[in-house]
Design a binder for this molecule. Structure first.
Ligand code: NAD
Ligand code: ZN
Length: 395
């Protein structure tokens, strides 16, 4: 089969790879029809992780079941399914508690497994024609009748929609809250949508990319462009100097200051300043334990210069981590099915698998208009239909 393979920093290619096979009686094989490029893929793409060469990328996957192992009972050939990016076993202490992002058995020695992900187990990703799904009954969400019609919405259930929702859960967003969200990438935009769903009062979204901020505004947020002035001042002005009730970190360790220099503490320290005393902060942007390629010496060891004194003085609280996608994907699926949520609104590019290497370049550069790329492995040729629409919007 054809698959998008990692060869080294900023070197991914579509290569011929062996077709996956049923390895365990609980496995399911899926023919991938839509698979997304994620901001998390970029950490690996840029060579900032210990991703091994030869692995297939892709953890945001949707497709049609083509084969099931003998022990699979709930999933049938022909079902349209969307897989959470986390791979869970379903029966460990964490999976039983709904914390499938921290499964204790699928990646021994570490809590959490995922497809095509550095440090998250040996599993290949789904930016490919086919994918092996371990524990298929547990890890496949069977989609409703309108699966094909709303495929571009449902594929967001694999990661960014539940992850954005998780950011608002970790932050404790309730109706009437003022919420500040750092990052208007796909995850920040889905946190915006989730805050709207939860009935937030003001949702303020911080970024410096006008095209992304425009999308945030379309989703009902107040855009805060930090290239036009310090974000902290703008958020405090929006909240009568008090700060937001809740804050969401949707950027991660590669966040940048106003001069464009990467410092892993920028967003966390700004959240301490822009969230009110006793407010709470949810951190879904990725921070890593080892970052040897970072320029900053603290950052190399995964540490940061965090403003803990002010965090403590303000009596704030914080929660972090990978999203437990399975804790949310059914409910969010229902919101899509009933038309109450349309996460596909942020898609900028719908491309073939062959176009993936070029798409990685543009998405990595955060080029204007490249907000969210989805790939259609079964289809040939370019289908950049969303980009024209988006350019028309941003023009
Ligand atoms: P992305 O890289 O496309 O978006 C990040 C955005 O943050 C960019 O638009 C960038 O301009 C902006 N940014 C940079 N510095 C900033 C600053 N100082 N203030 C405000 N905005 C700033 O990525 P994405 O796909 O939206 O993902 C965001 C983060 O979430 C990444 O770290 C990704 O790895 C992580 N993630 C986590 C989970 C999880 O389960 N916790 C799941 C998916 C993605
Ligand atoms: Zn992702």
């Amino acid at each position: 089969m054809k698959a998008l393979v990692y060869y080294g920093a900023r070197d991914v290619r579509v290569s011929e790879m062996p077709d996956p096979k049923i390895e365990q009686p609980t496995d399911v094989l899926v023919k991938i029809t839509t698979t997304n490029i994620c901001g998390s893929d970029l950490h690996m793409y840029e060579g900032r992780t210990d991703m091994e060469q030869g692995r297939i990328f892709g953890h945001e996957n949707l497709g049609e079941v083509i084969e099931v192992g003998k022990a699979v009972v709930g999933i049938k050939v022909g079902d349209m399914v969307c897989m959470p990016f986390n791979i869970g076993c379903g029966h460990c202490k964490n999976c039983e508690a709904g914390l499938t992002g921290f499964c204790l058995t699928m990646n021994p020695g570490f809590a959490g497994a995922a497809y095509g992900f550095a440090g998250m187990g040996p599993y290949n990703g789904g930016q490919a024609e086919y994918l092996r799904v371990p524990n298929g009954d547990f890890n496949c969400l069977k989609l409703p009748e309108d699966a094909q019609e709303k495929e571009n919405d449902y594929v967001m259930l694999s990661d960014i929609f539940p992850t954005g929702y998780h950011a608002t859960q970790l932050a404790g967003v309730k109706s009437g809250d003022n919420v500040v969200i750092y990052g208007a990438g796909p995850v920040g935009l889905m946190a915006t949508l989730s805050a709207q769903i939860k009935g937030a009062n003001k949702t303020m979204v911080v970024d410096n990319h006008p095209d992304r901020l425009k999308l945030a505004e379309e989703l009902g947020a107040i855009p805060i462009d930090f290239s036009k002035g310090p974000a902290v001042d703008q958020v405090l002005e929006q909240t009568n100097g008090l700060g937001a009730d809740r804050g969401c970190e949707c950027v991660g360790y590669q966040c940048c200051d106003r001069q464009g220099h990467e410092h892993n503490n920028v967003t966390m320290n700004e959240l301490v300043k822009t969230v009110k005393a006793t407010g709470s902060i949810g951190v879904v942007g990725v921070f890593i334990a080892q970052d040897p390629k970072a320029e900053d010496s603290l950052q190399k060891t995964g540490h940061m210069d965090f403003d803990f004194g002010n965090f403590w003085m303000k009596g704030q609280s914080m929660a972090t981590g990978q999203a437990n996608v399975k804790a949310y994907n059914r409910q969010l699926c229902d919101l899509i099915s009933s038309g109450k949520a349309k996460p596909s609104a942020i898609i900028s590019h719908e491309l073939s698998l062959e176009e993936a290497p070029d798409a990685y370049k543009h998405f990595d550069a955060r080029d204007n208009g490249w907000t969210k790329v989805i790939l259609k492995p079964g289809k040939q040729g370019s289908q950049k239909k969303h980009v024209q629409e988006r350019e028309a919007v941003t023009a």
